[in-house]
Ligand binder design. Structure first.
Ligand code: FAD
Length: 393
């Protein structure tokens, strides 16, 4: 019989894994299970929020994967049985596998910030999963009166996309500057430092003085602890912030299916063997992307796609009776500080004694001519096109 691989989650990690298993061994039957008919990338969603791109620029369908021979099924997996090796869909349908790849992304720790639950996220959006929430945040920005105050709450580590909150803050400040110049954006952080901080702060000094203010955790004794959506107030231990609109990015954990199936540890993330991304908790299950604990690799779309290729190779080796090799991994992430101003971080990683160690890489330099930042904008667009082409065809 044909070997069967089931991939749960048709996002950055899952789409890449499905495509690469099929590409590496066309004899394997690959089924990708994802509830939504289209996927919106979180990368470039900050450009949609900032009014620089339309939503359809970040929307992708699954016909490309179908053309490659992947069996795409729209269903939501609600149970995993690693003993009889099958997953169950919300539809009631069972899917049997020889190897399972899970890339369910993240879910939110509702009420970790008191009062911030799913209902509150419809008033103070997180927009940390792209699609409806992206549109909601954009609409609120358009509706906010000039002179309004917006609060953006940035989470503690670890979370999806470490530079993401600061790119978002930059592009919202850019929108205010052009359309609502009397408005102000307060970033209330749960940390005292953040990714690409020097590059962001240099950008903010150049473009957004008086519009964007970053408040480190030490200044509020740990950031926002409670929200009241009725009065649009956000509370620190001793501070309160009254807002016209708020973007709350709450603490995160592995996607719910991983948690509910007992595949995460107390940290809320999934421990894996980094050579193959096999779960250290369940046999025949590989976990990749944001949900997995990948040592020093940031939780990014590019990381998810790199891990997907490592896992796909391992799955194909194992199913063909070969020993998986020693992988290397890569990450590249661009951030926009303004429409014509971007910078990047790159890392190349290798497996060293069971952990993923960075062996090369770096960030864009400070103090360069504007032409350098403009060029990185062009590179960012190629990065996006190449990455999503590899995922969705
Ligand atoms: P996802 O891409 O979220 O995919 C998970 C998929 O699983 C979803 O489609 C979901 O519907 C599906 N799913 C969940 N549960 C189930 C279930 N039970 N059954 C079936 N399907 C299920 N990364 C970069 O590399 N560069 C960037 O510039 C960048 N910018 C970002 C900006 C923002 C604002 C944000 C929020 C993130 C950004 N990221 C960026 C991070 C990137 O989006 C994530 O790291 C990446 O999407 C993780 O991939 P994943 O496969 O783990 O999860």
């Amino acid at each position: 019989a044909k070997a069967r691989v089931v991939v749960v989650g048709g996002g950055s990690g899952g789409a890449t894994a499905a495509r690469y298993v099929k590409k590496l061994d066309p004899a394997i039957e690959v089924t990708l299970i994802e509830p939504n008919p289209t996927y919106h990338t979180c990368y470039f969603s900050n450009l949609v929020i900032g009014g620089l791109l339309p939503l359809d620029r970040i929307r992708h369908g699954y016909d490309g994967l179908r053309r490659y021979g992947v069996n795409v099924v729209h269903d939501m997996i609600v149970g995993i049985d690693p003993v009889s090796r099958k997953v169950r869909g919300e539809s009631g349908r069972d899917f049997e596998y020889d190897r399972l790849v899970l890339s369910p992304g993240i879910d939110f720790k509702w009420n970790a910030i008191e009062g911030y639950d799913e209902a509150a996220s419809r008033i103070m959006p997180h927009a940390w999963k792209a699609g409806d929430q992206t549109v909601l945040l954009r609409k609120q920005l358009e509706a906010m009166p000039d002179g309004g105050v917006m609060v953006l709450v940035a989470p503690a580590n670890p979370f999806r996309c470490p530079p993401g909150p600061y790119e978002r803050a930059s592009l919202i400040a850019n929108y205010f500057k052009g359309h609502k110049p009397r408005s102000k954006l307060l970033v209330i952080d749960t940390k005292d430092s953040f990714s690409k901080q020097g590059l962001f702060q240099q950008t903010w000094d150049m473009y957004y003085p008086g519009t964007l203010e970053w408040v480190r955790a030490a200044d509020t004794n740990g950031g926002i602890r409670r929200v009241d959506t009725g009065t649009m107030t956000l509370f620190g231990e001793f501070h309160r912030f009254k807002a016209d609109m708020a973007n709350v990015i709450p603490p995160q954990m592995a996607g719910r299916i991983a948690i509910d199936s007992g595949l995460a540890d107390d940290s809320g993330w999934c421990p894996v063997n980094r050579r193959t991304f096999e779960s250290t908790i369940a046999d025949d299950v590989h976990i990749i992307g944001d949900a997995a604990m990948a040592t020093t690799m940031p939780k990014s779309g590019y990381s998810a796609s790199s891990q997907a290729k490592v896992a796909a190779l391992a799955v194909v080796d194992i199913l063909n009776g070969r020993e998986p090799g020693t992988p290397s991994y890569a990450n590249t992430c661009y951030s926009f500080g303004a429409p014509e101003h971007a910078f990047s971080v790159t890392g190349v990683y290798r497996l060293e004694e069971g952990v993923i160690e960075q062996v090369a890489g770096g960030v864009s330099p400070l103090d360069v001519p504007q032409e350098f930042r403009r060029r990185e904008v062009a590179y960012a667009h190629s990065w996006y096109n190449n990455l999503t082409h590899e995922m969705f065809g």
